[in-house]
Design a protein. Structure first.
Length: 234
């Protein structure tokens, strides 16, 4: 157990001449000592605030912004602090498919869902809904014939909640309804879905986000079932 620092106000009497230990003189000295202790406490708190959740959770948003680790939807102070302490190894893998999926799982956990990332060559990385375990395989994947734009990826959210189309922009009632064009998602929801991929993808790559409603059957990543929503997010 570490020793507690002794407040300056507790030792001020022994540090001054006898004639300053009495009456009004000592009252003035005691007030000065109180201010010195307050300044020391503030300096100590400022240092401790730099360590995630060590002194207080109030500094977590500032630490997260500095370390570029976004707080998850359901992160507690304790779970977010653990992630902030691991920021160096996280950024060492920044730009990789696996690291993006790890950050996405942490952002949405524990209410997670399956997420798949496929690059232009057909390498697929899948993050399991239950525990975020990542697997890799290869699929037959030919999104287009433009092989010159090889640095591309497609991110498929297997969204747990149904997403409905709300018509095209010219439909009556679809304009200025509080949602984004072509779906009933709000701008805030779409921004949240884009945030982690935008922050963790490789800078030279171009990404496409697709939101799949529950129960959607997929064949070569083309919607085969009618009446279900496939929403492009960018």
């Amino acid at each position: 157990m570490s020793a507690q620092p002794i407040p300056f106000r507790s030792v001020i009497r022994s540090a001054v001449p006898w004639w300053l230990r009495r009456f009004l003189a000592f009252r003035i000295l005691y007030v000065i000592a109180l201010h010195i202790d307050a300044l020391a406490d503030a300096a100590l708190a400022a240092v401790k605030h730099r360590f995630p959740n060590y002194y207080s959770g109030e500094s977590l948003p500032l630490i997260g912004r500095a370390r570029r680790i976004r707080r998850g939807r359901l992160d507690t102070d304790a779970s977010y602090a653990v992630r902030l302490r691991k920021w160096r190894p996280a950024h060492q893998r920044r730009g990789s498919a696996r690291q993006m999926l790890r950050m996405l799982f942490a952002h949405f956990a524990p209410a997670a869902f399956k997420i798949e990332l496929v690059n232009y060559l057909g390498t697929r990385y899948t993050s399991a809904a239950a525990d975020g375990a990542i697997t890799r395989d290869a699929i037959v994947w030919a999104p287009d014939a433009d092989a010159t734009k090889w640095a591309r990826w497609w991110l498929f959210y297997h969204w747990p909640v149904a997403v409905a189309h709300d018509g095209i922009w010219s439909d009556a009632g679809a304009w200025d309804d509080g949602g984004v064009w072509d779906s009933n998602l709000s701008p805030t929801e779409v921004a949240d879905l884009r945030a982690v991929p935008n922050e963790w993808h490789a800078e030279h790559a171009i990404g496409k986000l697709v939101l799949l409603s529950p129960g959607l059957e997929i064949a070569d990543y083309v919607a085969a079932a009618s009446g279900t929503a496939v929403v492009g997010l960018n």
